[in-house]
Ligand binder design. Structure first.
Ligand SMILES: Nc1ncnc2c1ncn2[C@@H]1O[C@H](COP(=O)(O)OP(=O)(O)OP(=O)(O)O)[C@@H](O)[C@H]1O
Length: 361
């Protein structure tokens, strides 16, 4: 199985946790606050990025512990091949994440060459009701998993946008040549950002096309541009709208105003107006479609925190069936074991309590 022999040392409420004998389905069961999500968060740090809570590293080290943490796992890459991967912090730099691959120091980005990790957490349940910027961040995270360069385009665009906004908001008429040069940088990064978003939506839509409407609540995804399109069109637009943006004190159009629109296909109903369970089913559909795209030959891991609770028995059974067929290793959490009855015979089950993990089956 993709990940096995997993250890967490002084990570959140886990002083020393070890999970051996992982299977295709892995189930973490325990009361609220037991430390189930913490295990998923630890696994999410075996990929590039900030993990599924996007929390500061300092928060992850066990409170009242040694101030650092370590996570390690054996990653199966072929029938007989495993790679030892690990991440954590060191006492001399608790704010910096270190990564080891087969005992050698590596960059966090290098982890992405070995495996693809996706997740769905209850914090994402509000995605459709949330602000457009939350959906853009979500879309960008999906895009980065398919093309790591997307993160660079996003940060370059943000930096140039901040600079343009500062020039427009600050005092006297800004220097036109200086604005020109910033808008060129913004347009290049912005067009690449847009292209990445369009590409991930197109790829997801193709992947979702064959999904039956029932019981999965197939989502229709649409990209609504916040302005421009090509680098030339963006540059032209910003040049034309300098007066307007100066009056507003900020840039009113551009990829920072893009929107990801989601509808439930069967009803042509905006996702925000769908029921909690329907929204969850759509998020699951997107997560699974993305996992399929992201794996691309690498081992895949899917972390699904509390996904079973909102689903009716029919949708839950259909989800398990799809997960069974998935090439990704699946990690599920729940407060009760009953909703997982369908997969219990084939699952590795751990009871989590007070930051301790005990193997049940
Ligand atoms: N740095 C830390 N050191 C020690 N404990 C921590 C740290 N950060 C969080 N915790 C504790 O971890 C627990 C939360 O764990 P987690 O989110 O994994 O729970 P859970 O089992 O997923 O619960 P739920 O079912 O409510 O989602 C809380 O009790 C919290 O106080």
């Amino acid at each position: 199985m993709a990940l096995d022999r997993i250890t967490l040392s002084t990570f959140r409420n886990h002083a020393a946790t070890r999970l051996d004998g992982a299977a295709h389905f892995n189930l973490l069961v325990g009361e609220n606050g037991a430390g189930k999500t913490n295990v998923l968060e630890a696994l999410s740090l075996l990929a590039p990025g900030r993990g599924l809570r996007r929390a500061p590293l300092a928060d992850m080290a066990e409170q009242n512990g040694v101030g650092t943490f370590a996570i390690s796992a054996a990653l199966r890459t072929g029938d007989d091949d495993t790679v030892q991967i690990g991440t954590g912090t060191l006492p001399e730099a608790p704010g910096r994440r270190v990564v080891q691959i087969n005992g050698a120091a590596a960059s966090a980005l290098a982890l992405g060459e070995w495996l693809a990790i996706g997740w769905l957490t209850p914090a994402m349940d509000r995605l459709f009701a949330d602000s457009a910027s939350a959906r853009r961040r979500y879309l960008d995270r999906l895009a980065v998993a398919l093309d790591p360069a997307h993160a660079r385009h996003a940060s370059r665009y943000e930096a140039a946008l901040r600079e343009r906004n500062r020039l427009l908001a600050d005092g006297p008429e800004p220097d036109a040549a200086w604005l020109d040069s910033i808008e060129v940088q913004m347009a290049e990064a912005g067009a690449a950002l847009t292209a990445g978003r369009v590409a991930v939506i197109a790829a997801l839509s193709a992947e979702l096309e064959d999904l039956p409407d029932e019981p999965f609540a197939r989502p229709d995804l649409a990209y609504i541009p916040g302005g421009g399109g090509s680098a030339d069109a963006l540059r032209e637009e910003w040049r034309r709208t300098r007066g307007r943006d100066r009056a507003a004190g900020r840039t009113l159009t551009g990829p920072h105003r893009d929107e990801l629109e989601v509808q439930m296909a069967e009803k042509a109903m905006p996702a925000a107006q769908c029921s909690t369970g329907e929204q969850k089913a759509m998020l699951i559909a997107i997560t699974l479609a993305h996992a399929q795209l992201a794996a691309g030959g690498r081992p895949g891991v899917l972390l699904l925190d509390e996904v079973a609770a909102h689903l009716d028995p029919l949708r839950r059974a259909a989800l398990f069936e799809r997960l069974r067929e998935s090439g990704s290793q699946i990690w599920l959490t729940g407060t009760e074991i009953a909703p997982f009855a369908d997969i219990l015979p084939e699952a590795a089950v751990w009871q989590v309590a007070g930051g301790k993990v005990e193997r049940l089956g």
